[in-house]
Write a protein that binds this ligand. Structure first.
Ligand SMILES: NC(=O)c1ccc[n+]([C@@H]2O[C@H](COP(=O)([O-])OP(=O)(O)OC[C@H]3O[C@@H](n4cnc5c(N)ncnc54)[C@H](OP(=O)(O)O)[C@@H]3O)[C@@H](O)[C@H]2O)c1
Length: 261
């Protein structure tokens, strides 16, 4: 697809949740460079304003800021309502966070919050935007999942389960929408530079992939759904893990990850 074809198919406006840092910030930069106007959403308004100013100066991008806390179950509907007048052709449902460590040591309320942000929000944003994409006759949805959605990762169990839901959501919607001129891609990154990985022990995360590279590859491969791993290394590693006998793969990962988090 040429840059013009790309913008005509998915533009003029893209919504990116979780655009105040990491992969979402990178998606916003990459889309602005491709000539999109943007709706930026996250909790930290000042970070979104900083990004909007940067993109306006660099590319003349028009940004609308919608501050939202996606751990509030009503937030997706509020985002849909706040963007009613915008011709959004691309939804990038990217906001999310992880909880690492032994499952039973984690606060149940933190798990509920994570499920609301990682699962409830993409499901309800998709539900709100699909009628708008269908009415336009074309467009796309990118869900940021994770390689952890391919296999239950011990000591990252709840997060991994949340990303398995994202993968299932993306696969089902790919099936429902591939005849509707709407591309659905679940982006499944491995370890990527972000605020989240900056807080983790670097010993566990060698070779972080640049967030901008992840965003660029996702956009370049938006028609290659339902799922896409943006790194040869992780594609190979998770191919091996998912084709090994499940018990063997899980026991091996548990031995390696026992001291995670
Ligand atoms: N980095 C990795 O290695 C990696 C690997 C696989 C998948 N992922 C996925 O990539 C996505 C982006 O994460 P990241 O790695 O770029 O981490 P990040 O730098 O921490 O960014 C997370 C983004 O999500 C937003 N967010 C978090 N909680 C939110 C809430 N309650 N309401 C609204 N927005 C919220 C944050 O914005 P505010 O704090 O301003 O609200 C921020 O913009 C996530 O879905 C993550 O699971 C990351």
């Amino acid at each position: 697809m040429t840059p013009d074809e790309f913008r005509n198919r998915y533009g003029p406006v893209a919504l990116v949740t979780g655009s105040s840092s990491g992969i979402g910030w990178a998606f916003a930069e990459e889309l602005a460079e491709r000539g999109f106007d943007l709706v930026l959403s996250a909790r930290r308004t000042e970070r979104l304003e900083q990004l909007a100013a940067k993109l306006a100066e660099a590319h003349g991008t028009k940004c609308k800021i919608v501050t939202a806390d996606l751990s509030d179950p009503d937030a997706p509907a509020a985002i849909v309502a706040a963007t009613e007048g915008e011709d959004i052709g691309l939804l990038v449902s990217n906001a999310g966070f992880n909880i690492k460590g032994a499952f039973e040591t984690k606060e149940p309320s933190a798990m509920t919050k994570m499920l609301t942000v990682n699962c409830h929000a993409p499901m309800h944003l998709a539900h709100g935007f699909i009628p708008r994409l269908k009415a336009r006759g074309n467009g796309g949805i990118i869900f940021t999942g994770s390689v952890e959605g391919f296999i239950g990762l011990p000591f990252s169990t709840a997060y991994s389960a949340s990303k398995a839901l994202v993968k299932g959501l993306g696969e089902g919607l790919w099936g429902e929408l591939h005849t509707e001129n709407i591309d659905v891609l679940t982006l499944c990154p491995g370890a990527t530079e972000s605020e989240a990985t900056a807080k983790m022990d670097p010993a566990w995360l060698p070779d972080l992939q640049p967030a901008r590279e992840v965003a660029q590859l996702a956009l370049d491969n938006i028609t290659e759904g339902p799922s896409y791993i943006p790194s040869d290394k992780y594609r190979e590693q998770f191919d091996q893990l998912t084709s090994a006998p499940r018990r063997e793969a899980l026991a091996g990962m548990a031995d390696t990850l026992r001291n995670y988090g």
